[in-house]
Ligand binder design. Structure first.
Ligand code: FAD
Length: 372
């Protein structure tokens, strides 16, 4: 006899949205998470009155009216707009690259002057064979050195000459003074932090933390009619086709007096500086505190046991993932797989919410059809 209709493995956005929808449709859900807190990677922790983004800075952005209305049911958003800066060899540059950046670099003041300058600085490479050649052919040596080279070497831990061009499919350069990182209609940060938003999303649903599904899989499978799994798909299948690879990060938090850098995010693009960015959390909420908390983000080589942040969707990994995905199809009567780890896919928050809403709707329709 099952106690629950659905066991949801993972209290991140996918699991929580799915649980909310199924609960509202009248089904009984249990959410478990192996971490000691809820929210998955969007988790924020209140430290000295500041919401600290514990797994890297998270800025909510979407152009989808339906998703924006949905998240606004659970939190109010402020008017934060992401305008990161780049620090390189003692200078600060406007970023993403826009007319002001090009003014800083070349003194150009109009879109036409900037366009002409970009044509001049491009390196004529006919068939770029790697990331370095491709970027040089698009924007020339100086922009490549300042914005791409060192940063990419740190992130990918190899020379850009060894990387395929598809890693940077598009190098957005704006010939206007618009320095808003995102192009979406809606953007902001939950005024009370993401954790409050996640708690409201899970209101009335049983949540058990510090609970690893694999520590007692048989027992948990027996508690519910269906299992929604949002953890690592290769782990679910005992790594039988091989291990999927990720990029991982180490976060170092520091407390300081006053205002550390005057902006929420500054990217450090020099190779010699080991971190890729510093995030100063109080600027996400326009905090006026006399103290501040910053986080330095260091890329690290991934191995099992470390946090899997970004999937590496190269040929090898995609091939392995496909085998797991095929196998998961065969189990669809009992298991639903979703979210960034189970689908081995980078999802922004609005995308993972959209995916969870779609899968929940399909499931509810399926349940209705089997009852009637
Ligand atoms: P998760 O949040 O990872 O949730 C999965 C949960 O499953 C985890 O809590 C995990 O502990 C749990 N779990 C796994 N295995 C088990 C198990 N065996 N037993 C129990 N529990 C288990 N998106 C944006 O829109 N804007 C941003 O600015 C942005 N910034 C980002 C910055 C970084 C550094 C990263 C890595 C991501 C960023 N994202 C951003 C993406 C965002 O984090 C994801 O869209 C979102 O967290 C995905 O939710 P999820 O539920 O799929 O995964």
């Amino acid at each position: 006899m099952h106690i629950y209709d659905y066991l949801i493995v993972g209290a991140g956005l996918f699991g929580s949205v799915f649980a909310r929808e199924l609960t509202d449709a009248g089904f009984k859900c249990l959410i478990i998470d192996k971490r000691p807190h809820t929210g998955g990677n969007v988790y924020t922790e209140k430290r000295e009155g500041i919401d600290v983004h514990m797994y890297g800075p998270h800025i909510f952005h979407t152009s989808d009216d339906r998703i924006w209305a949905y998240v606004n049911r659970f939190t109010k958003f402020n008017h934060y707009v992401n305008r990161p800066k780049v620090y390189y060899k003692g200078k600060i540059y406007s970023f993403p690259i826009n007319l002001f950046t090009l003014y800083q670099l070349y003194g150009v003041k109009t879109p036409a002057e900037a366009q002409k300058k970009l044509e001049e600085v491009k390196v004529p490479i006919k068939n770029p064979k790697n990331l370095e050649e491709w970027v040089l052919s698009q924007v020339g040596q100086e922009i490549y050195e300042i914005f791409i080279k060192g940063y990419t070497m740190k992130q990918w831990m190899c020379d850009p000459k060894e990387l395929p061009t598809f890693i940077i499919r598009r190098l957005p350069i704006r010939l206007t003074f618009d320095d808003n990182y995102f192009n979406d209609c809606y953007q902001g940060i939950p005024v009370e932090g993401y954790t409050k938003m996640m708690e409201r999303l899970q209101a009335g649903i049983e949540v058990r933390l510090n609970t690893d599904y694999f520590a007692n899989k048989e027992y948990f499978d027996g508690t519910a009619r269906k299992v929604v799994f949002t953890g690592k798909i290769d782990e679910f299948f005992g790594y039988r086709f091989g291990e999927l690879e990720y990029r991982t990060l180490r976060f170092e938090h520091e407390m300081h007096k006053g205002d550390y850098q005057g902006n929420a995010i500054i990217n450090y693009t020099e190779y010699e500086i080991p971190y890729t960015r510093i995030c100063e959390h109080k600027h996400f909420t326009f905090g006026q505190q006399e103290h501040t908390i910053i986080t330095k983000e260091y890329p690290e080589a991934w191995s099992r046991g470390k946090e899997p942040y970004y999937p590496i969707n190269n040929e090898r990994n995609n091939k392995i993932y496909k085998q797991y995905a095929t196998l998961s199809e065969e189990l669809k009567d009992k298991y639903i797989f979703g979210g960034r780890l189970a689908e081995y896919k980078y999802y922004d928050m609005h995308q993972v919410i959209g995916s969870a809403l779609a899968k929940a709707k399909k499931e509810i329709e399926f349940q209705k059809s089997t009852c009637s």
